[in-house]
Ligand binder design. Structure first.
Ligand code: G1P
Length: 299
């Protein structure tokens, strides 16, 4: 019988050191792009892809995530009385899905975070969405992968081309054949050293995996950076059953580092229907001011 992907894991236990001091008392997943925390974009993609249950793997200091996705009766009542229906809808957006939580007690890496979810997943295929990657696409990125899974019933990893010099920041695939957007893969390599990457196709935070991955994660093999790596377990899984890579359509935003975060904020603001034109004028004005200032300095 064909299996369906209805469960997803969102790991959210990372310390967020790249965003200190903002993340000293606030989870990095709660940092907003405009008025929405990054993790909400991820949850919405999962919901739009047909996911019914989400497990968020949290850690110390992550309570705000649970509060965010909880019902807030006082707030909802207030919005209702003030007839702010649009905001009410926004606030209730995540109530369409069951969100569950588990704590990763030690920071042992992404592979370990996923392993912590094994009882929740049981013997079913499941999705993983990483919070550092927001993808804007006509068809949600995860949905594209799920459709592939529905056909092949095999694990499938979302990839896209990155610049050669960036390959050391990602899991990289070594493909050996291509059909449409789908690749058969020889090797999955976590963060290859500069100049050694087998391709420029990078794993970008979206996975569909079969439960056969768990025994490999359970070996707790330590990989790159002294952490238990999901990519290493995927490489092992590929040794016993096909793991495909799929070059998804859509634009991916890296919100896991400062410069990507700034760029995403600027782009989302520019594209915003309500205040995009005003932001555009503001940016032009700021650039002009900067130019005039530097010309004055030169004179
Ligand atoms: C993780 C994965 C890596 C993947 C990346 C995508 O790395 O280990 O394979 O390419 O996410 O964002 P991290 O960014 O957590 O170091």
């Amino acid at each position: 019988m064909k299996k369906k992907v209805t469960k997803a894991i969102i790991p959210a236990a990372g310390l967020g050191t790249r965003f200190l001091p903002a993340t000293k008392a606030m989870p990095k997943e709660m940092l907003p792009i405009l008025n929405k925390p990054t993790i909400q974009y991820i949850v919405e993609e999962a919901v739009e892809s047909g996911i019914e249950d989400i497990l968020i793997v949290t850690g110390k200091g992550k309570r705000a995530i649970e509060d965010h996705f909880d019902n807030n009766f006082e707030l909802e009542d207030n919005l209702l009385r003030k007839e702010k229906y649009h905001l009410l809808e926004e606030v209730r957006a995540s109530s369409k899905v069951e969100i569950h939580y588990i704590r990763q007690k030690e920071a042992k890496g992404l592979g370990h975070a996923i392993w912590c979810a094994r009882k929740f997943i049981g013997n079913e295929p499941f999705a993983v969405l990483l919070g550092d990657d927001i993808v804007q696409a006509e068809k949600p990125c995860l949905k594209q992968l799920i459709e592939q899974y529905d056909e092949s019933q095999a694990s499938i990893i979302g990839v896209q081309q990155v610049a050669e010099e960036d390959t050391q920041r990602y899991g990289i695939i070594d493909p050996y054949s291509k059909k449409g957007r789908s690749y058969q893969v020889k090797n999955f390599v976590e963060k290859p050293k500069q100049g050694t990457a087998p391709s420029t196709l990078a794993i970008l935070g979206r996975y569909i995996l079969t439960p056969e991955i768990f025994p490999f994660l359970g070996q707790h093999n330590v990989g790159k950076g002294g952490e238990i790596q999901l990519t290493d377990a995927i490489q092992q899984l590929n040794g016993i059953q096909d793991v495909f890579a799929y070059e998804f359509e859509g634009k991916r935003y890296d919100v896991g580092e400062m410069i990507g975060f700034i760029r995403t904020t600027m782009e989302f603001a520019l594209n915003n229907q309500e205040f995009g034109p005003e932001v555009e004028a503001m940016m032009a004005e700021l650039l002009l001011e900067k130019k005039i200032l530097s010309l004055n300095l030169e004179i």
